[in-house]
Design a protein around this ligand. Structure first.
Ligand code: THU
Length: 134
């Protein structure tokens, strides 16, 4: 669980960074803010590319920034878009690598919470590290 102050902080951070989204093709700016067990918040935006498939989502940018700084335990991630769109399948899979209990807060550009769930809720039956044969 996270308290309301932290929920608002994460939504605010995700909303704030949307201005840095590089989305000249879709024009769909996405901001994410990830709270780790260390108490730090890592933000991310979607970054598109002229070679369309080479773009990356905001959630994965935030997660990869955190992991590349040694973080492994995530508490919650907020995702903010104009209309409260839901994280894509690839982002759900990347989230699942670091824990099914991570809270996922989905909000729109007005800060309205559209959904609050967990990675497990978004990706039941995820393929996990333990599924790989030793
Ligand atoms: N996008 C994200 O950043 N996160 C998601 O979970 C869904 C989609 C981005 C990718 C692309 O830059 C734009 O939104 C339109 O799909």
């Amino acid at each position: 669980m996270i308290n309301d102050e932290m929920r608002q902080k994460l939504i605010g951070s995700a909303a704030e960074v949307r201005k840095w989204a590089y989305a000249p093709y879709s024009k769909y700016a996405v901001g994410a803010a990830l709270l780790t067990a260390s108490g730090r918040i890592y933000d991310g935006v979607n970054i598109e590319n002229a070679a369309y498939t080479d773009g990356i989502c905001a959630e994965r940018v935030a997660i990869f920034k955190a992991v590349s700084e040694g973080e492994r335990e995530f508490i919650a991630i907020a995702v903010v878009t104009s209309n409260g769109g839901s994280p894509c399948g690839s982002c759900r899979q990347v989230m699942s690598e670091f824990g099914l209990k991570t809270i996922v807060i989905i909000a729109d550009e007005h800060g309205k919470v559209i959904d609050e769930t967990s990675v497990e809720g978004l990706l039941p039956g995820a393929f996990l590290p333990g599924d790989l044969p030793r």
